[in-house]
Structures are given as C-alpha cells and as structure tokens.
Ligand binder design. Structure first.
Ligand code: GTP
Ligand code: MG
Length: 206
C-alpha cells in the first residue's frame, strides 16, 4: 500500500467537518515540530504530501490522506487513512487559536470510532513531556491503542538509541493502552520506517 501514490482528501478544522466513518484511521500526534508531517511523507515516500515547516504550528487542521485508486464505495475502501494532526504545546500562533487546535486534537482522539491506532511521536532529543503524559492519560481512558515513536534519531548519537528506547518503554509499560514496543525513526535518514509500516498494517488488520 505504501508504494502507491497517496492523496490529500480533506482538512478538518472542527469535529463537525470530519468525513463520514470509513476506512480505519491511523493518527499521528505529538508536540508541535516533533516531525509528524515529515514522518507521513517519509512513510509514503512523497515529499510535500503533508506540509512541513521549521515553524511550530504548521499543521492547523486534521489532514486526511488515503492511497489513490479507491472509489470509497462499499467494498472498495482504502485499507487505511492517515491523519496528520496539529501539534500540541508550543506553537507560533495566538493562544485562542492554539487552544482551538488542542481541543480538536483531544476531541478527535477520544471520540473517533474508526480511529484504530495513534502514533504518539516523541522527539528523541527531548523525551516525554508533561503534555505527552496528558495525551497518554486521555488515550488510556478512551481505550485507544497507541504506540510511541521516537523521531529525529539522526540528531542523537546512534549508540544512545537502544537505551532511549528502553527508558521510554519503562516510562510507558504500565499504561493500559500503550503498545509495548517503542519504535525509533528518522525521516531525514529513512530509518525505522519499515518497522513502522509493518506495525501500521498490523494495527488496521487487528
Ligand atoms: P507541526 O505541524 O507544526 O505540529 O509540526 P510537525 O510535527 O508536523 O513537524 P514537521 O514534520 O513539520 O517537522 C518540523 C521540523 O523538523 C522540520 O524542519 C523538519 O524538517 C524537521 N524534521 C522532521 N523530521 C526530522 C528528522 O527525522 N530528522 C531531522 N533532522 N529533522 C526532522
Ligand atoms: Mg505538521
């Protein structure tokens, strides 16, 4: 599925604009600038599919992507849709605006029936922060399965990655909805992507 062309289908600025429930959805969540949009582009091998930027707060809506070539009619649904989310935490935007995105992210994460898996992205340089803990608590409460993905591993020493994975796993292993494997990726160096794609396919088939 990842070798097909993927297309943007819509940007959702508020819950009432969500598409009707269709294919299983996989969402990419995390703090502003952690690398959500870059990871989606790397996964499908299409730079520029999801818009990225060095300025935190780039993604401002829930952006839906699907593989091309499915009509979406009964029996011709794509196997999955990817949802690129606005980041939470710091963003270069007015507070009211940021509060609205944060509400949208939280409402979607706890209330979307077709949401099969959340990839919770954590910057390998910064580790798990307080607002990541809040998101994990919400997903645990809503019983939405999530898996931690470390990003930008090219920015830390390669020798430090196994220890970071282990530490991150220790911090999350008592969380009921956390998948007990932590993945490490670099969108820049295309590392860890095969493992993540395989996990995504299992998530939508499970
Ligand atoms: P928001 O939409 O603002 O929440 O950000 P985002 O999480 O979608 O981050 P985005 O993908 O836009 O990337 C933010 C910045 O990090 C960009 O300058 C990317 O080039 C950079 N970046 C993303 N992934 C990697 C990576 O694996 N390695 C390195 N070195 N930089 C990365
Ligand atoms: Mg983004």
């Amino acid at each position: 599925i990842f070798t097909r062309p993927w297309v943007f289908i819509r940007g959702v600025p508020a819950m009432k604009f969500l598409p009707p429930e269709g294919p299983p959805e996989i969402a990419f969540a995390g703090r502003s600038n952690v690398g959500k949009s870059s990871l989606i582009n790397a996964l499908v091998g299409q730079n520029g599919l999801a818009r990225t930027s060095n300025t935190p707060g780039r993604t401002q809506e829930l952006n839906y992507f699907v593989p091309d070539g499915y009509s979406g009619m009964e029996g011709d649904m794509p196997p999955m849709a990817l949802v690129d989310m606005p980041g939470y935490g710091y963003a270069k935007a007015p507070k009211d605006q940021v509060d609205l995105w944060t509400k949208l992210v939280f409402d979607y994460l706890k209330g979307r029936v077709t949401l099969k898996r959340v990839y919770l992205l954590i910057d390998a340089r910064h580790g798990i922060k307080k607002n990541d803990e809040e998101v994990m608590a919400l997903l645990d409460k809503a019983a939405v399965s999530y898996q931690i993905v470390l990003t930008k591993t090219d920015k830390i020493k390669a020798a430090g990655v196994p220890k970071l994975i282990e530490d991150t796993l220790l911090k999350t292993k008592r969380r009921p909805a956390a998948f007990p494997v932590v993945l490490a990726t670099s969108s820049e160096k295309n590392e860890g992507l095969d493992e993540l794609r395989a996990a995504m396919v299992l998530a939508v088939n499970g």
